[in-house]
Design a protein around this ligand. Structure first.
Ligand code: SF4
Length: 637
């Protein structure tokens, strides 16, 4: 199966392997910090007195290293117990409790610094990696680590990169022959160096670094070809040229001074991977603290206060929650659904205040369909959507103007887009679609026009076009910066992507099938077409839920969608095996910002008579955006 696809990963080891090989570093850190004991703790605390503490995030980011924290506490004193309150790989917000610690107080204090040092560093690496992975999410490129790790922490640093969604480069020098400029110069040229390696280590994977396109051509003339080619310090234009010359015969890796800010531009060149030394040589540790006898309000008490406010407001408020919000938020909702379902149901409920627990475009859609007397309020108004934000209205307008013969193009926008983009489509006779009806809407459009401009999710657009039987030649991705109309294509795809569903890769399907023979793989159509083609089934969030609920023949499912929904389905169906498709749960970072505390604060303000500002749609956009949605509803889907 994998032979159809290029594999951009130099190293493929289990996360458990990295943790196992990182164990000596954990042991050394404990010894390093303990020295000959902790006189302050030993003098002030009686041994064996039990205590409790909470580890909290003081900044937002991804948590990585909870198994290591547990090892540290256990090594100091097996009676100390760690109870994680979030999953490894979860996005946390400032102030969020990450784990409870219970056991002998003196042991907890002696382990605290070492445990937090690991958790802060690894969470910092995972968070930085996730930023880079997200920046490359509209492309196929993967983010790789390097050997620029902290001495002694190589395996744990690389573990954190994986938790952040990156992939590992070689674990050590022996894993691959990497011919760099010094080797090549010392040996007298690329061909000589390559021959020397092949003569001494036949069969060993080999990567060759090139400094210019002439060296690339030399590499491409070698026989056998190297396993990988590294483009060092080249400009995005040179990389684009290299991608064309290489024509996918060898995986290309970009390297040299790439930081989070440069990732997007480099990834768009078409390279297969980007190695980013900054992930491990200069991460910013995630700020975390451990507080004894932390009496912060318990989740149960906060939930009780929300329930109380909710009952005081009675039918004056409707709470709507998207499937991907935190469980504890969804538990307060009148309706849990996808964005369009929420908007429709909110308008039916007739409550004057409609609180939408979701991201901005969901609030906008609810506001578009709301009744005139309803106010739509977002508990986290700053929470955007990576996919919806992939499209800039001014750039779209310029692309539209540049498309030749616009009278034969109809725009379709996925519901996961801003009201402004929906209005853009409405003004041009366009239509909206959902993940459930994208193919049907596309067929409707192709019955009326020669070409379709599909916004903003390239993967949903491609999957819909393929479902209609269109060939690859008929589907083209736009390069908006080049104002490229890809005029020959019937389906013009805006190059946007959801950074949650983009995380799933074809190798995840292979891995999960080898780990769980017979498992049924179901993915969301925001996943790339190679993942969809390998899966057993694909469909909207509703479709995924229904399949898990209604497929009584199948006992195990791997789901390629937001990890919070997967966890909820797992809890609701204890008789079935339900696993995340990715090795590290993939979850929407912005949805993490919708917390119970924020829901509480919104309800409190409504009770107090000072409700937050409602979601407003520019009057100039409202009618056109609504027309886009109405047109879709009229198609009958
Ligand atoms: S899951 Fe994807 S499409 Fe949905 S809100 Fe998050 S980034 Fe946007």
């Amino acid at each position: 199966m994998a032979e159809h696809f290029m594999d951009p990963r130099p190293a493929q080891v289990d996360l458990s392997h990295l943790l196992r090989r990182g164990k000596p570093a954990i042991d050394a850190a404990i010894v390093e910090d303990l020295g000959r004991g902790d006189p302050a703790t030993q003098a002030t605390l009686k041994p064996g007195i039990d205590g409790r503490a909470v580890i909290r995030a003081k900044a937002g980011g991804i948590i990585a290293g909870l198994p290591i924290v547990e090892s540290v506490f256990r090594a100091i004193d097996p009676r100390v117990k760690l109870e994680p309150m979030v999953a490894e790989g979860a996005w946390v917000v400032p102030g969020e409790p990450v784990a409870r610690v219970r056991g002998p107080l003196d042991s907890m204090l002696m382990a605290e610094r070492t445990a937090l040092n690991f958790l802060q560093r690894l969470s910092g690496i995972a968070t930085l990696t996730a930023r880079c992975v997200d920046a490359a999410a509209t492309t196929d490129a993967v983010i790789l680590d390097t050997r620029k790790t902290a001495p002694g922490l190589r395996m744990l640093d690389k573990y954190a990169v994986r938790i952040g969604g990156g992939c590992n480069h070689r674990l050590d020098l022996s894993a691959m022959a990497m011919l760099k400029d010094n080797h090549i110069d010392a040996c007298g040229g690329i061909d000589r160096a390559a021959q020397a390696v092949q003569a001494m280590y036949p069969g060993l994977p080999m990567e060759i670094e090139v400094r210019n396109l002439e060296e690339l051509d030399t590499c491409l003339s070698l026989s056998p070809l190297p396993d990988r080619i590294l483009l060092d310090n080249e400009t995005p234009d040179e990389m684009r040229d290299a991608v064309q010359r290489t024509a996918r015969r060898v995986p290309l890796e970009a390297s040299g001074g790439i930081d989070a800010e440069r990732v997007a531009a480099v990834a768009r060149s078409g390279v297969d991977s980007l190695s980013v030394g900054a992930l491990t040589h200069s991460p910013i540790a995630l700020d975390l603290s451990m507080t004894l006898d932390d009496d912060g309000e318990s989740p149960d008490a906060l939930a009780e206060r929300v329930r109380d406010l909710r009952s005081r407001l009675s039918d004056r408020v409707a709470i709507l929650a998207h499937h991907y919000v935190r469980d504890e938020v969804a538990g307060h909702a009148d309706v849990v659904g996808d964005s369009l379902e929420l908007a429709r149901r909110g308008a039916e409920l007739e409550a004057p205040f409609v609180v939408v627990c979701g991201v901005r475009f969901m609030g906008e859609t609810a506001a578009l369909l709301a009744q005139p007397n309803q106010r739509v309020i977002l508990p986290a108004p700053a929470a955007g959507c990576y996919l919806a934000d992939c499209i800039e209205p001014e750039l779209l307008t310029r692309v539209w103007d540049a498309l030749a013969g616009q009278d034969d193009v109809l725009p379709i926008t996925y519901a996961n887009s801003s009201a402004e983009i929906k209005a853009f489509c409405g003004d041009r006779g366009g239509v909206a679609c959902t993940s459930a009806n994208a193919a049907e809407v596309m067929r409707w459009a192709l019955d009326r026009t020669k070409r379709v401009l599909f916004l903003p999710d390239q993967h949903l657009g491609r999957n819909a076009a393929q479902a209609l039987g269109l060939s690859e030649d008929e589907i083209g991705i736009l390069d908006p910066e080049a104002l490229d109309g890809s005029a020959a294509s019937r389906i013009l795809l805006w190059p946007g992507a959801c950074n949650v569903h983009r995380r799933f890769r074809w190798w995840d399907v292979e891995r999960v099938r080898s780990q769980h023979p017979g498992i049924r793989v179901i993915v969301h159509p925001e996943c790339s077409s190679d993942v969809v083609s390998l899966a057993d089934d694909s469909g909207s969030t509703r479709h995924i839920i229904e399949q898990v609920e209604q497929d009584t023949e199948t006992t195990s499912f791997a789901l390629g969608t937001d990890a919070r929904l997967v966890a909820r389905l797992r809890a609701a169906h204890p008789d079935k095996t339900i696993v995340d498709l990715a090795e590290v749960p993939s979850m929407c970072a912005t949805m993490a910002g919708v917390t119970v505390q924020r829901l509480h604060d919104v309800l409190q303000r409504i009770v107090d008579g000072t409700p937050p500002d409602p979601v407003e749609i520019e009057p100039a956009n409202a009618a056109s955006a609504r027309a886009t949605l109405d047109r879709m509803l009229h198609i009958g889907t």
